[in-house]
Design a protein around this ligand. Sequence first.
Ligand code: NAD
Ligand code: DAU
Length: 339
Amino acid sequence: MNTKRILVTGGAGFIGSNFVRLMLSEQPDYFIVNLDKLTYAGNLKNLEGFLKHPNHVFIKEDICNGQAVEKIIDEHKIEVIINFAAESHVDRSITGPKIFIETNVTGTLTLLQAARDKKIERFIQISTDEVYGELGPTGKFTEETPLAPNSPYSASKASADLLVQAFGHTWGLKYNITRCSNNYGPYQFPEKMIPLMINNALNNKPLPVYGDGLNVRDWIHVEDHCRAVLKVLTNGNQGEVYNIGSSNEKTNLEVVKTILKLVDKPESLITFVTDRPGHDRRYAIDSTKTNAQLNWHAETNFAQGIKNTIDWYLQNKKWLDDVTSGNYQQYYQQMYADR
Ligand code: NAD
Ligand code: DAU
C-alpha cells in the first residue's frame, strides 16, 4: 500500500498527541507531519518516544501562517489535513476571547485556503459538541441539531465549521467535520475539569466545583475519540458531519466524587465556587450515525477509563508536576482566586 501523507495540526496537545501516538503505533502506512505552535497547551513531552519516529516529523509553526503552511504542504506532499489545533478551554475564552477568534477562526480559514489552493484531497475539522449549545434534562444532539453556540470558544468552533462547509460548497473542497463530547485520558492539561480535580485531590487542595455541580457532561475516553477520527479518515463520506460520543452522561459532582473515592481522599475537599458565566447545563451526544456508517463504537467504559486515567497521572507525576509549575500557578491564581 502507498504511504498516505497527512498534516496533523495541534499534534502536541491532548487529543492531537493521543492521535499521533495511535497512528504511529498502529498505522505504518501513514506519514505524519505534526504542526503545532506549542502554546501553553502544547507539550513535546506528550510525544516522548515518538518524536524521532521515522513516519513522523514535528514542525513548530502557527496555523495562521499561510505561507509556512503552503510550504509544508508542498515539501511534504501532504494529501490530507486533520485540524486539531485550537484554543480549547471555555474559561479562558471567557476571560480572553480574542485569541480564540485568531486561532480557531482565522487559523482554520488559513488552513482551508491552503487546502483549496494546494488541492488537498480531504480536510478533516475536529470540532466539538459544544457548537450545538446546551440541552435541557432530555434529548441528545444529532448531526441535524442547529448550531447554537453559547461561549466565545464554542462560537469560534461553530464559525470554523461554517467556514469548512462554505469551502466545500464554494470551491468543492472535500471535507468531514467531527463533533465529539468531553474527552478524558492521559496527557490532558490540568485546566480541564478531570485532570484539575485529580491534581488537586492528590495535593490535598480544595476541588472547585462550579455552581451546584449538577451540570452534565457526556464523557468519552480520548482513545475512543482518536479511533473514531481514524475511521473518519479511512471511511468518512465526503461532506458528512460525524458526532462522536460514548453515551456516558455524568453530573460534575458524580465525577468529582468518583475521583475522590479512587484516590482515597475525603469529600470534604469539595468546594462549591461561583459558577462559570453562561455555563451550559447539559451536553449529550447521539452518535448513532457514526456507529452505523463507520462501524465505530466507543470501547472504554467510564469506571475503567477513569481508573486508568488516575493511574496514568499517578505514574506520570513528573509530567504533572512540570505542567503545573510556573505559568500554571499564575493561571490558577487568576482563574480561581475570586470564585
Ligand atoms: P489542547 O488545548 O490540549 O491542544 C491544542 C493544541 O493546539 C496545542 O498543542 C496547541 O499548542 C496547539 N495550538 C494552539 N494554537 C495553535 C496555532 N495557532 N497554531 C498551531 N497550533 C496551535 O486541546 P485538545 O483538548 O487536545 O483539543 C483538540 C481539538 O479537539 C480542538 O480543536 C478542540 O476544539 C477539539 N475538541 C476537544 C474536546 C475535549 O474534550 N478536549 C472535545 C471535542 C473536541
Ligand atoms: O464538550 C466538548 C468540550 O469539552 C470541548 O470542546 C472543550 O475543548 C473542552 O474543554 C470541554 O469543555 P467543558 O467546558 O465541558 O470542559 P471543562 O473540563 O472545562 O469542564 C467540564 C465541566 O466541569 C463543566 O461543566 C465545568 C465544570 N468545571 C470545570 C472546571 C475547570 C468545574 O466545576 N470546575 C472546574 O474547575
